[in-house]
Each structure stands twice: as C-alpha cells, then as structure tokens.
Design a protein around this ligand. Structure first.
Ligand SMILES: [Zn+2]
Length: 459
C-alpha cells in the first residue's frame, strides 16, 4: 500500500511537471510569435534613434530619452512607472578633434582619424605636440622609465586579439589601455596618450569610450585612433621614430547634472517581495544614435513589459523594467539603483542586463554567483529554449546590474552573437539602420521567456 502510494505520488509529480512544461512551452511559443509579428520594440528604437539621437549623460537628449521611455511605459498599464533621481557627470566633446603628423616630410599627410576619449580633459585651441613612444601592450609601460616617457605622447597600440572566441574577452583585456592608460602614462611624465580603437577590425572609425583618471595624478589629454591609422602610424614610426604628432581636443567636464533612471514595475501576485530586474542603459555615446549600445537593450526591456501585459501574463514575483542612466561614463544609475535597493531592504533575486547589441540571441548567461542548486533549477528550463536555438550557460551580468552583486542577486545577461558588435561599438556607425528588426525581436522574446520562468518558479 505504502509502495503504491509512493509510486502514485511520483506519478502525479511527473504528470504535473510534464503539464507545466507543456503549458510553459505554449507560453514561450506565444511570446516568440508575438514579439516577431508585432515588433513594438523595434518601432520604439526608431523613435529613440531618429527623433532623439545621441544621448550622452546630462545632455538635453538624455533628458528627452528619459521622458520618452517614461511616457511609453505609462501607456502599458504597468503597476507603477517612476523616475529615480541620479546625479550624472556632464562631459562634452566640443569642437571636432584634429590630429596630424609633424616633423616629417614623408608622413605629413598620414590620415589620423581620432576622437577624444570620454571624461578626458581637452588640449584647448593650443593643442598638444610631442614625440611618440609606442607600446604594444599596456603592461609594457611598466618597463619604461620616466626619462623615456617624459614629455612624450604614449601611443598604446594594443590590439583586440582575434584568438578569443568571445570578442568581449578581447575587449576586456585590451581595454585597460583606454581605461587607465592616461593616468599610468602621466605618472611617467607623458603629456598625452593615443589609444588604438577597441575593435578587432581594421576600420577607419575612431571608437570612443571612457577613461578614468587616478587621484593625485596630472590629468592629460587622451584620444582614440582608428585601427587602420594606428597600423599606419606604427609603420611610420619604424621609419621615422622622431616624427611628432599634433592633436587638438575641445572636450570638457562640466558640473554634475540631475538625471534619472526610468523604472516600470509589475507587482508579483504571490511573492511580490522577490524582485527581478531587467534593463539596459539609456545613455549613449555622442558620436551616433546609440542603436546597438544600448538603445536596442532599452527598447527590448520595455517590449518585455509590453509582452507580459499583452499576453496577460501575471508574474508571481515582481518584475522591474529599468532604463539605467550613465553606464557609459560613470555608472551612476546602476550605483543609485543598488543603493536604493539596499536602503529599502529589497530582496533582488535576479537581474538581467541586455547591453551587447541587438543581434541574434545565442544564450542567456547566468553569473558565477548563482549557487549550484539555482543553476540546476534553471538548467531544467533548457528544453523550452531548444526550438529557439538558445542555450542557458554560465557567465552573465552587465555593468549596470553589477552593483547588485553585493546584495546577493544572481546576475544574468542576454548574450547575442557578438561578432559584429565592434563594427559599431562607440563609433559614428552605431545607428538605427544597423539593427536588424528580426534579430532584435528574437532577443526580446528570449528575455521575456526567461523572465517569465524566473517569475513563475523563482530560482
Ligand atoms: Zn553599453
């Protein structure tokens, strides 16, 4: 009798699991079909890119993007839409940068397509002219002496290495020169730095991005140079090591400005205290429309909210849809969001960031902080994603949500095909036309399906 009871118990569990899986697979199918046939996020992306455009933190366009996304979320019938005030840095590029070779008969006309690095000080109209010292790897700087570097411009010709399968790995490694190169060079007496653009391609576009000045070190001007021009400059230096570079940048850091994170919320029906956040960053660089980085991620986020409402999905746990402000040159939005979560003693079980471009989704990454039991639980959902070629795998997160890690939140991320991301990243090319509607909407559906499962079952 007892045995019979046990086996029928397990039978009932198996049947109800199969039933749940079947229901879930129907829900997931509906999510994908609706995202693909009614591409609202892509339509909103056009408005964000074409009517508002580049949205550097603290700019009037960033404020317009806050208002636009607040209004769109207001139309969706969410339980709550609100702004979270955050003070952001206000860096301006000013007039177009100039750069050319001097003290060289042979290379005077060498094209040097450059742009100032974000947060850098400018040279002003007087410009900066000096000899060049080239280093191939950031760490090579440590072997140079003050006498070798003082008074010169350090040229970090660090390549994003092709051997890494995930371009973000190469980006992280090569990026140290952009992030910290100016201060490290200044410690050795350099007058300025030129950093090879962060892309594995050879192209003619300078890729901007932010630097960080160390405390109590002179702040020196810093520019990025297009990779084709970096190669040419490196070759020219082999022939004429004494050639000089003149460059002129008019960038400036102004006082902080009040801005906002934009947040929509769907309250959980059973465990409202368990919060799931999804989001992207609303600010962009100033050189283009910020379509892949990260207009697409923001519009996907709002579109997930739309899908939940349209398909009448009532999440058991609370879901927040967050447009973070100032990821690019300060991360103040992410810091503020985590600070408020801590102040309010909120329980953030999982956060997902979509900030890797609006390309074909490949996987949902789960961060290393997830416990083994949590990973096992989420892996059970893998069969639901097989029809959509999506893998649940290790390694997730994003800059904006990284601030939630100390609160014990599991960090995840949408991982699209990243092979073309650095064609556009931080350049004048990151425009609406480069985002494929179908690819972006597949990403939206993937996030919505995963978040639906997290909200339903917890982790
Ligand atoms: Zn980004």
């Amino acid at each position: 009798m007892k045995r019979f009871f046990l086996s029928s118990f397990w039978c009932i569990v198996a049947i109800s699991c199969a039933y749940a899986q079947k229901n879930d697979s129907l829900f997931v199918k509906k999510i994908y079909e609706t995202a693909l046939t009614e591409p609202k996020g892509y339509e909103w992306l056009e408005y964000l890119c074409k009517k508002i455009g580049a949205r550097l933190s603290g700019s009037p366009q960033a404020a317009a993007a806050v208002e636009f996304t607040r209004q769109v979320m207001d139309t969706l019938g969410l339980d709550r839409v609100y702004l979270q005030e955050v003070k952001v840095p206000r860096w301006t590029r000013g007039r177009q940068e100039k750069a050319h070779v001097t003290h060289s008969a042979r290379f005077a006309t060498l094209p040097l397509r450059v742009c100032a690095l974000g947060n850098a000080v400018g040279t002003g109209a007087k410009g900066l002219e000096a000899k060049i010292i080239e280093v191939k790897h950031f760490k090579d700087l440590t072997s140079l002496t003050h006498a070798q570097v003082a008074g010169k411009i350090v040229f970090f010709n660090n390549v994003m290495e092709q051997k890494h399968i995930n371009p973000f790995t190469a980006y992280g490694l090569a990026g140290e020169a952009r992030r910290n190169g100016a201060s490290e060079a200044a410690k050795l007496g350099a007058k300025g730095v030129i950093v090879r653009s962060l892309t594995p391609n050879l192209d003619e576009f300078p890729h901007t991005g932010s630097l960080r000045y160390a405390l109590n070190v002179p702040q020196i001007p810093a520019i990025a140079i297009a990779t084709i021009d970096a190669e040419a400059l490196s070759n020219a230096l082999k022939t004429e090591p004494d050639l000089q570079i003149y460059f002129e940048t008019h960038c400036n850091m102004l006082p902080d400005v009040i801005s906002h994170n934009v947040i929509g919320e769907l309250k959980g029906s059973e465990k409202p205290e368990e919060i799931i956040s999804i989001g992207g960053h609303l600010d962009s660089w100033d050189l283009a429309e910020g379509a892949h980085d990260d207009g697409a991620g923001c519009m996907q986020t709002i579109d997930v909210a739309r899908l939940f409402k349209q398909l009448n999905i009532k999440p058991k746990r609370t879901i927040r849809f967050v447009m973070f402000m100032n990821e690019e040159n300060g991360l103040r939005g992410g810091q503020k969001y985590a600070q408020e979560a801590e102040n309010n003693k909120e329980k953030h079980i999982l956060a997902l960031e979509t900030d890797a471009g609006g390309f074909t989704p490949k996987s949902i990454g789960i961060g290393d902080e997830a416990q083994a039991a949590q990973v096992r639980k989420m892996r059970l959902w893998q069969p639901l994603f097989v029809p959509y070629d999506i893998t649940l795998k290790q390694g997730g997160g994003g800059a904006d949500i990284s601030t939630l890690r100390p609160l014990g939140t599991v960090l995840s991320g949408l991982q699209p095909d990243a092979n073309r991301y650095f064609d556009y990243h931080h350049t004048s090319q990151d425009n609406y036309e480069t985002v494929n509607r179908r690819e972006m909407q597949l990403g939206t559906a993937t996030i919505a399906a995963f978040i639906y499962l997290v909200a339903e079952y917890g982790i």
